[in-house]
Design a protein around this ligand. Structure first.
Ligand code: BES
Ligand code: ZN
Ligand code: MN
Length: 507
């Protein structure tokens, strides 16, 4: 039995603890006859047939308990029974009646987190109707994603972690897949959640870079470079520099380059908005809810997470991650509404609101990425607009692109990944709306806000360059949990972009 996933205790004070992953249950795999636990989880379909392993006296007890409970086996429902036979608890979780996809398995794994029992939890994986060859690895990934906690700033007694053992016939394969691949993916999601949950006091451009530097160290074929103010000035990135001017923390441009394929293979490029705190700047945001803007780095964090997990598993692809980082603060040195900034490719932009700062990062970073790396596809990901959040709610990230087929591909990738996207429009009129009286374009123009934001970025992308804009303002943060994402920062985008990378890798 191999302990596949890290278990680390937190001991010291807040600032130094921040880079330490949160406590996590210790997940492992075992074959049927090696473990018998006091706390057991069973997955049952709507036929309510028990796994063969449960045969014997206790099977009758369980069947009788289920009968009286109203449990139907409907997907995602569960019921806890206490004191049956020699078991302290038996939890049954419904798998419904459809063939289980990977995504279903992740959700079931997430539901398993709620099962009672400390010390040791035995999860019996038998007779699942699924198209996955390693259902226990998928369940374990879901469990791991669902069990995240951010307790960096909690003092006093923390809830105990427990040993979770998935008992199945696919032990060896599940253990391999977890060790070589899924543990890295789950670690990346945890890292992104840690970054999004962390206060702005702690995460600013410099500390964001240092945290990623630490995570990326020693990973084969992954190179990290950073542009500081001097380098960005030389490159002409007046928009990123403009956004950073009001902060005591200088902006940065962080680049992660993973070379997993031939040198002539055009890379896939991911560009993420990294505003480490968004006050709105001189166009100050109202104070209600402003604390949430500590997570305005969600795009950049998800890009970093995707690069690190892709490199860790040694994927056969060239992948570029570009993360413009700045803190948007009001100050005597801050940019003002009405200011004009000169961007990387020489186009000028009139700043209508300093609170529309995300697009300013991207109008430098996106054309820079295209010119420097000539990607076959560029995807930018950003908590760009409240407008997208209002339109999409918690369920979908917004995808905006000129090419509807690409939007459909993204929707299909999203569905498989467990992180859904749905298209919003980009119309030629949206480009007309951002014409400026005094500069080449202006940064905002009213409604429809998410599309206008995309048009600003799109102005800096040639028509023939495959380009996808993801506005994740609605999905990066959750007010309520899902099976695989607790309340708080969701780490949204790692699973989506991971699936995108896997699809491009296979091409
Ligand atoms: N970071 C915000 C968008 C946001 C809002 C993210 C709510 C998550 C939750 C972004 O920088 C912003 O302030 N956008 C403005 C744009 C407007 C000034 C054109 C907005 O949406 O109000
Ligand atoms: Zn913002
Ligand atoms: Mn803003």
């Amino acid at each position: 039995m191999r302990a596949s996933l890290l278990k680390i205790a937190l001991t010291s004070a807040a600032l130094s603890m921040a880079a330490v992953p949160a406590l996590a249950d210790d997940i492992s795999f075992a074959t049927s006859n090696t473990v018998a636990g006091e706390h057991v989880v069973l997955y049952l379909g709507e036929d309510l047939n028990l796994p063969l392993q449960m045969n014997g006296e206790i099977a009758d007890d369980i069947e009788r308990a289920i009968e009286g409970s109203g449990f139907t086996g409907a997907f995602g429902t569960s019921q806890n029974f206490f004191g049956l036979g020699d078991k302290k608890s038996v939890t049954v979780i419904g798998t419904g009646s459809d063939t289980l996809t990977r995504r279903h398995l992740h959700d079931l794994g997430g539901h398993t987190v709620k099962a009672p029992g400390d010390g040791k939890l035995s999860v019996i994986v038998e007779d699942l109707e699924t198209d996955s060859e390693t259902p226990s690895a998928e369940l374990a990934l879901g469990y791991r994603l669902g069990s995240y906690r951010f307790d960096t700033y909690k003092t006093g007694e923390l809830p105990e972690d427990r040993d979770v053992i998935f008992i199945s016939g696919d032990t060896g394969a599940a253990d391999d897949l977890t060790d070589t691949d899924y543990a890295g993916l789950a670690d990346a999601v945890d890292m992104v959640r840690d970054l999004g949950n962390a206060p702005g006091l702690e995460i600013y451009p410099e500390t964001f870079v240092e945290r990623i530097r630490k995570e990326a160290r020693g990973i084969a074929n992954l190179k990290l470079t950073v542009m500081g103010v001097r380098e960005m000035e030389r490159a002409g990135m007046g928009a990123i520099l403009g956004v950073g001017k009001g902060s005591v923390h200088d902006p940065r441009l962080l680049v992660l380059k993973y070379s997993g394929a031939g040198a002539n293979d055009a890379p896939l490029a991911l560009v993420g908005k990294g505003i480490t705190f968004d006050t709105g700047g001189i166009s100050l945001k109202p104070n209600s809810g402003q604390w949430l803007m500590k997570s305005d780095l969600s795009g950049a964090a998800a890009v970093a997470g995707t690069l690190i997990s892709t490199a860790k598993r040694g994927a056969d692809i060239n992948l570029i991650g570009v993360m413009p980082l700045a803190e948007n603060m009001p100050d005597g040195k801050a940019i003002r509404p009405g200011d004009v900034l000169t961007t990387y490719n020489g186009k000028t932009i009139e700043v209508m609101s300093t609170d529309a700062e995300g697009r300013l990062l991207l109008v430098d970073a996106v054309p820079y990425t295209i010119e420097a790396y000539k990607p076959e596809l560029i995807v930018n990901i950003a908590t760009l607009t409240g407008s997208a959040a209002r339109a999409m709610g918690d369920e979908y990230g917004a995808v905006i692109t000129r090419d509807f087929e690409l939007a459909q591909t993204m929707m299909e990738i999203g569905e498989r990944s467990g992180e859904d996207v749905w298209p919003l429009p980009l119309h030629p009129n949206h480009y007309d709306q951002i014409k400026s009286d005094i500069a080449d374009i202006k940064s905002t123009a009213g409604a429809p806000g998410a599309s206008i934001g995309a048009a600003v970025i799109g102005t800096f992308v040639e028509e023939d360059q495959p380009w996808v804009h993801l506005d994740i303002a609605g999905v990066d943060w959750r007010d309520s949990a899902t099976p695989t994402a607790p309340k708080g920062h969701a780490g949204w985008g790692v699973r989506f972009m991971d699936q995108l990378v896997r699809d491009y890798e296979a091409k």
